[in-house]
Design a protein around this ligand. Structure first.
Ligand code: LAQ
Length: 372
């Protein structure tokens, strides 16, 4: 049963504004929430907000959420290494960095996300996954779904339908996982494949797997059927009412300060700027008098910005001093195609009066944009 979420409901969970005494009899043993939003940043902000503000002692929370097409990288990952940013921009797929560690996954409405909030003490990923498996078997006993040692869920022993990540705080923790019920595996794998060559970094690498949606096994399954089954199992386990509380992640009266959290999660500084330091060593060819010339590139990127840049072109194609000027122009700028376009345009009206040199400068900038 879906019911809109009442303000008092969450208040009895919060650490603040609520007196420590007087609620003893009204405190519930747990709560099931579902977001009305499909915005990845708003939904990640809910996780962050609950993690920061809610006292979960004896009152665990299960949160359901789905997103419009998005790629979600782990806290310590490198987006250039993990996904095809060019294809994502083309298809309007959002990029988000979450607060938990682990690998990169693709979300769309065919994917349900579940977040199990508990105290740090009660944090237990395997129990949560077993609960999901019991729920799946309750709706379709024929399904062969098993948790793995890495806390994935595999269908028929080989297809990943769920990936796990977690964040463990001082007193509270959450385990979140995906549940793929409908997916375009070809699109998913092309979005999660880097086209950029020569990246060196110590960022966490994802572990690619074969994926499948549950509907391929049982076409009658829907998001609602699956959610209801998990809700029923969770409610039974925690002796709480079998219902979902709908929440609006933009509602400041329920979640004071949540909109600024969502804003922060979509800043360039968080999504790209938090990438662990990396370098990219690559080369590309340009056509000159019917032969190919090699342009070598070595770029170090720190906090998402170009720290050092060595572009080397044959002297007779692009004079050394122009290459040096190009290198110093890039230093300090964001490793980002929009910023590079601005730099390219800014070179107009400078010392590049020579049209030929100017067009070569533009060619190099275009090629560099292709690796961003
Ligand atoms: N949605 C989804 N579900 C299951 N598996 C996926 C999905 N998208 C991609 N993959 C596969 O997992 C690997 C990456 O596996 P890897 O093990 O590296 O990473 C994970 O599983 C992370 C799970 C994070 C879950 C969070 C829950 C809420 S916000 S995101 C990828 O290369 C694909 O092969």
């Amino acid at each position: 049963m879906l019911i809109p979420f009442s303000k008092n409901c969450l208040k009895s969970f919060c650490n603040f504004k609520v007196p420590a005494t007087g609620f003893k009899n009204t405190i519930k043993r747990g709560l099931i929430l579902q977001s009305v939003s499909n915005d990845i940043y708003q939904n990640l902000a809910v996780e962050d907000w609950i993690h920061d503000h809610v006292n979960l002692e004896s009152k665990p929370i299960l949160f359901f959420w789905r997103n419009s097409p998005s790629v979600v990288i782990g806290r310590h990952q490198n987006p250039w290494q993990e996904c095809n940013l060019t294809l994502m921009r083309e298809k309007g797929v959002k990029l988000a960095r979450r607060k938990s560690g682990g690998g990169t996954v693709y979300h769309d409405l065919g994917n349900i996300n579940l977040t199990f909030f508990t105290t740090r003490k009660m944090y237990n990923r395997m129990e949560n996954l077993k609960l999901v498996v019991r729920a799946l078997n309750a709706v379709q006993p024929q399904l062969d779904v098993q948790p793995t040692k890495r806390f994935d869920l595999l269908l028929d022993g080989q297809f990943k339908i769920s990936g796990t990540a977690s964040k463990i705080g001082r007193t509270t923790a959450y385990h979140h996982c995906t549940l793929l019920y409908r997916t375009d595996a070809t699109l998913l794998s092309s979005l999660l494949k880097t086209p950029y060559q020569g990246i060196r970094s110590h960022a966490t690498a994802s572990i690619p797997a074969l994926v499948k949606g549950l509907v391929e096994k049982d076409p009658t399954l829907t998001c609602e059927i699956l959610t209801d089954a998990i809700v029923a199992e969770y409610a039974a386990c925690h002796h709480i009412e079998n219902h979902i509380n709908l929440i609006n992640p933009t509602d400041e009266t329920q979640f004071p300060g949540i909109n600024s959290k969502a804003q922060e999660l979509q800043t360039w500084e968080w999504i790209y700027g938090k990438t662990p330091k990396f370098s990219i060593q690559t080369s590309f060819n340009v056509l000159h008098e019917q032969s190919l010339l090699e342009i070598k590139v070595l770029i170090d990127v720190k906090n998402g910005r170009i720290e050092t840049c060595h572009i080397e072109a044959p002297d007779h194609w692009l004079p050394r001093e122009i290459c040096d000027k190009l290198n110093s122009t890039f230093i300090g700028s964001k490793f980002c195609p929009i910023e590079t376009t601005m730099l390219t345009n800014m070179s107009h009206g400078t010392s590049l009066e020579d049209d030929e040199v100017h067009s070569k400068w533009n060619i190099v900038c275009e090629k560099i944009k292709g690796i961003m």
